[in-house]
Design a protein around this ligand. Structure first.
Ligand code: SAM
Length: 356
């Protein structure tokens, strides 16, 4: 049920609808092959398009999925289109943005893109690399596992303690933590598709380790107060609109004296971030939110946490991640702009810790 084709660069909609490719689209209903061909043909006219299948945003993404999957392009071209449309057409509601995030970890299966590996989905914590070094897939996977170690070691976990991971993704990080630190780990993720992948990928670990995966949101953590000895999260808070709620929930489910440690990208306090959305598509679309790191530290304080530390780890992340992306088919994508944002002082990667 195609309701409309929205041109991004101002082409009159009638002209687009009159093109042979659009006829194909309209006649084909939701037939995948025809939709993709139609979208490619329309793209060759030199414009970017949002193609609405009906008013349900998830259906719109079905088409983007078909288009994007083929060339494994990094992310939703739609966000570029949105920026080029009149305000009233391009406005995203909060639920649109959340639907994009859910699509990314659902059907798009972000973790299957070559910029990630080993079922991890993070930018990694790396040693310094020689610029001429050819990074292997094993080294890429090791960088992502190392980011987990960097975060969880800051909790100073004791064997047998109970930890909660917020945004556990495909669950390989939670399994690593349970195995290496001897703790029990509960992984929480809002994406049923990610949880299904986690169950499959970690089938053996789930039998051997005190490990479990659960569906739910980090802004409404589905456990009683004082349940966990430690809480951590790796590259997920950038997807949360209400970090104050996460801080409150983390404080609620931690035992007194329990530690909280997170890693993700924020802006350094006082940084001018006005150009970031022009360079990073997921920031333009609202899928990723870049906040001053001090704002999150203030949320933690307001929630009752103390002993807050903020550590920049950007020199272990961005240049090496960029070197890896440069080796993949995404070498010409906007994903390369992360390094520029870091080098310009607009974005950095941080580990933030706090004690309840
Ligand atoms: C970038 S991935 C990181 C996964 C994992 N931590 C890793 O490093 O491999 C972010 C994950 O957070 C989950 N997520 C995003 N928003 C969430 C929310 N509000 N509550 C729970 N999980 C969320 C996504 O479904 C996704 O699996």
């Amino acid at each position: 049920m195609i309701l409309g084709l929205k041109p991004a660069f101002g082409e009159p909609i009638q002209e687009i609808l009159a093109s042979p490719a659009a006829d194909d689209l309209l006649e084909s209903g939701v037939d995948g092959a025809a939709l993709r061909k139609g979208a490619e043909d329309l793209g060759s006219l030199g414009a970017e398009f949002i193609i609405e299948i009906d008013s349900d945003p998830r259906h719109r993404f079905d088409l983007l999925n078909l288009v994007e999957r083929e060339d494994r392009a990094l992310l939703l071209r739609r966000s570029v289109a949105r920026r080029n449309m009149p305000e009233s057409v391009g406005m995203e509601t909060e639920s649109d943005v959340q639907a994009q995030r859910d699509f990314m970890y659902g059907e798009l299966d972000l973790g299957s893109l070559t910029i990630f590996s080993g079922s991890f989905i993070n930018y990694g914590y790396w040693d310094q690399l020689d610029p001429g070094h050819e990074i292997s897939v094993e080294e890429r996977t090791a960088s992502q596992a190392e980011l987990y170690r960097q975060v969880v070691s800051r909790l100073e976990p004791q064997a047998g303690q109970r930890l909660l991971e917020l945004g556990s993704g495909i669950g390989v990080g939670a399994a690593l933590v349970a195995r290496q630190f001897g703790t029990s780990v509960s992984g929480l993720d809002r994406s049923p598709a990610q949880l299904a992948r986690a169950a499959e990928v970690n089938a053996k670990a789930l039998k051997e380790l005190p490990l479990s995966y659960h569906e739910g949101s980090v802004t409404e953590i589905p456990w009683d107060e004082g349940t966990f000895d430690g809480l951590y999260s790796v590259e997920m808070l950038q997807h949360v609109d209400d970090l104050a709620a996460v801080a409150r929930e983390a404080h609620r489910v931690l035992k007194p004296g329990g530690n909280f440690a997170v890693a993700t990208f924020f802006s350094p306090d006082g940084a001018d971030t006005s150009q970031v959305a022009d360079l990073i598509e997921t920031v333009a679309s609202g899928v990723d939110v870049i906040r001053p790191v001090g704002e999150f530290a203030a949320d933690l304080t307001a929630a009752g946490f103390g002993e807050i530390t903020v550590t920049s780890i950007g020199t272990h992340v961005w240049r090496q991640f960029d070197q890896w992306v440069g080796q993949t088919e995404h070498r010409d994508s906007w994903g390369r702009n992360w390094l520029r944002c870091f080098e310009s002082g607009w974005v950095d990667y941080f580990i933030v810790t706090a004690r309840r």
